[in-house]
Design a protein around this ligand. Structure first.
Ligand SMILES: [Zn+2]
Length: 341
């Protein structure tokens, strides 16, 4: 891990550039949208001595649930920092939200309810972030056009140049060790694919020695036999992974460090409960048991080294690897191409 003195100096530089950074952002923003963080941050973070910095880059409010256990461990056990960028307003997908409309005592028509959902889902996300220890939320305010498998949907509907520009600034300023995306599998939401492609484009534009570990995450249900190989998304070469197998799998049933009688499924269930307006998502309680992470090839040796440093600091116990036998991270990083050995 980068030594603390160098990190402390870098933090001071970042603070000095913060005002200019925000001014530049504000000048480039469309109306009503700001990359200034929103919501109460996790207040017990010692930023100068933080051991790891992580960015979650997601399309929708509730996407962060895919890696809830890992985020909790970073913020609560490693003293790390986690920020979250949410690209869309999350107003799509309201067909299962009737119980929440009653819960929130909303009596408007469908259009009015959809408009209310923007504010409600933002608030739900901030509450979920409080559980996970998220420091800052950045809302990019792009339209959620609803369910699609097409990555082109997001490319057409969003101001992608603006997203790239602001994400580039954020990555340069914060120097995250890890950037976590939802894995862009063929069957996942098209917006997840768009966000993955945009983010990996920005990471590819960073100097090779400054690239974070870029990871794709997906959860497994208890009924699934194991993680499928993922090589990358066709027609999007930047989504190619360093190895087809996950680099790491975390079993949410692992006993918590704070008390061995408890496990990390508690955290994911708390997060799910906060997203009441997501309807069917509320039925996911306890269903997804493993968080699987793939390393993207584009982050190169710099990203692979940061991943190794991170996983060593997490000090995974044997049972962290759960019932799905995956290669230890050293051999997974090397992969079949032996690129990072
Ligand atoms: Zn999503």
């Amino acid at each position: 891990m980068i030594d603390r003195l160098r990190k402390s100096i870098a933090n001071c530089k970042r603070r000095l550039s913060c005002e200019c950074f925000h001014r530049n952002f504000l000048l480039s923003l469309s109306a009503g949208v700001s990359l200034l963080p929103e919501g109460a941050g996790f207040t017990s973070i010692d930023e100068d001595n933080s051991r790891v910095k992580v960015l979650l880059m997601v399309a929708h409010p509730d996407d962060e649930s895919e890696c809830a256990a890992l985020v909790y461990r970073v913020t609560h056990e490693l003293g790390g920092i986690v920020d979250q960028v949410v690209v869309t307003n999350g107003e799509g997908g309201n067909q299962y939200s009737a119980p929440a409309q009653s819960y929130y005592r909303s009596s408007t028509d469908v259009d009015g309810w959809r408009r209310q959902l923007v504010r409600i889902r933002r608030r739900e996300l901030i509450e979920a972030g409080r559980i996970l220890g998220i420091r800052h939320h950045y809302f990019l305010g792009q339209p959620d056009t609803g369910l699609t498998l097409e990555p082109g949907d997001g490319f057409r509907a969003w101001d992608t140049n603006w997203i790239r520009q602001n994400l580039f600034w954020l990555l340069q300023r914060e120097e995250y060790d890890l950037v976590i995306l939802l894995l862009p599998t063929i069957n996942t939401h098209g917006h997840h694919k768009t966000v993955a492609q945009l983010t990996l484009e920005v990471i590819a534009d960073l100097d090779a020695e400054n690239r974070p570990a870029a990871l794709g995450v997906r959860t497994l249900g208890a009924e699934e036999v194991g993680p499928e190989a993922f090589f990358g998304l066709d027609s999007y070469p930047l989504t190619r992974t360093a190895a087809p197998e996950p680099i790491w799998v975390f079993d949410r049933k692992t006993p918590m460090n704070c008390h061995r009688a408890l496990d990390y499924s508690i955290v994911s269930n708390w997060v799910i409960a906060e997203h009441k307006s997501q309807g069917a998502f509320q039925m996911e309680f306890g269903r997804r048991t493993h968080e699987c992470f793939w390393l993207f090839d584009v982050c190169g040796e710099s990203g692979a080294a940061r991943w190794r440093e991170f996983i060593e600091s997490l000090e995974p116990r044997r049972e962290d690897f759960g019932r799905y036998p995956v290669r230890a991270y050293e051999s997974s990083v090397a992969g079949s191409r032996g690129k990072f050995s």
